[in-house]
Design a protein around this ligand. Structure first.
Ligand code: NAD
Length: 281
């Protein structure tokens, strides 16, 4: 039987509609939510991502400002930009678009962002809060995955979830969120032995590897929930990390495009409004 496709577009549209109402309320109360995005250089994919974020903000009634710095800008210039956004009471969320050009120290920049404006949730303070079960900003993609599971009433508690990938942006926070939702979590990565056998035990599989068709149908336990976070460009098309043939084995599957990616921006808007509510007034 073919898997039920999880419609990330529809779930994200519902979120964005609700968030637009919340943004309007905040503005009516005297605080227009404001996201500042720092974009360094001219990486083509980053330009597209930033444009999508600007469009989503505009539609939701959230002010966005993009600060563009030249490809060859130095660390001090970038850090001074972040400092001035930290100090600007009219800015509620700060996002530094990654990846940065190689000569820049990404970790140092992320450390500098005010944790209370860190709407990407990449600051160690927010990773620590997530780890400790405290309230904080949660990285948008894994948060979006949890909201998709909720939207489809997919039970997580007590289930075995296998996360493939251990990045700070997706894999690790994804594992923490699943653990917080009472799943039994296995994290696989590039050095994992017996990956296939581990994935085959999973009730929930989250693939965040960055390799097209990495997860194949024979790795999926019949009926498992398969969440495809991957975004890979193959012959000009965007594909995920999961071979579409896995739909024959899975119970649920997120398509690419139209799955998780749609939720990431919705969660960025959500985090920006949270920043206003928690710290911005
Ligand atoms: P990353 O390169 O930082 O991490 C990839 C992870 O995959 C690593 O932890 C690595 O250990 C693991 N890995 C690599 N080869 C492996 C192998 N052979 N077996 C098992 N594990 C292996 O990437 P990332 O930032 O975590 O992103 C992962 C994917 O998700 C990418 O395709 C990225 O484009 C996509 N992504 C999508 C969204 C979205 O909004 N949908 C957001 C962020 C990232």
């Amino acid at each position: 039987m073919a898997a039920i496709l999880i419609d990330g577009r529809a779930v994200a549209a519902k979120w964005k509609g609700d968030l637009a109402l919340q943004a309007a309320e905040l503005s009516a109360d005297g605080t227009e939510p404001h996201l500042a995005v720092v974009l360094v250089g001219d990486n083509a994919a980053s330009q597209v991502y930033v444009r999508n974020k600007e469009n989503a903000c505009r539609k939701a009634g959230i002010r966005s400002t993009v600060i563009r710095l030249a490809e060859d800008c130095d660390q001090e210039q970038l850090e001074n930009t972040v400092r001035s956004l930290n100090d600007d009471a009219g800015v509620h969320g700060i996002l530094v678009q990654l990846p940065l050009p190689r000569h820049l120290d990404e970790a140092a920049v992320l450390r500098l962002i005010d944790p209370n404006k860190d709407v990407d949730g990449f600051h160690a303070m927010n990773s620590g809060r997530l780890m400790n079960g405290q309230k904080g900003f949660i990285p948008c993609t894994p948060l979006g995955v949890m909201k998709l599971l909720e939207a489809y009433d997919i039970p997580v508690s007590g289930k075995h979830a296998v996360v493939i990938g251990r990045s700070n942006i997706v894999g690790k926070p994804m594992a923490m969120l699943l653990l917080a939702a009472d799943a039994t979590v296995t994290v696989c990565h590039s050095k994992t032995e017996n990956l296939k056998e581990l994935v085959r035990q999973a009730d929930i599989v989250v693939a965040a590897v960055g390799r097209a068709a990495f997860v194949t149908a024979d790795m999926i336990k019949p009926g498992a929930v398969v969440i495809d976070v991957g975004i890979n460009r193959v012959d000009g098309a965007i594909v995920g990390d999961v071979d579409p043939a896995a739909a024959e084995a899975a119970g649920y599957l997120t398509p690419v495009p139209g799955g998780v990616g749609q939720m990431t921006i919705a969660m960025l808007l959500h985090n920006t409004l949270e920043a206003v509510r928690e710290y911005g007034r």
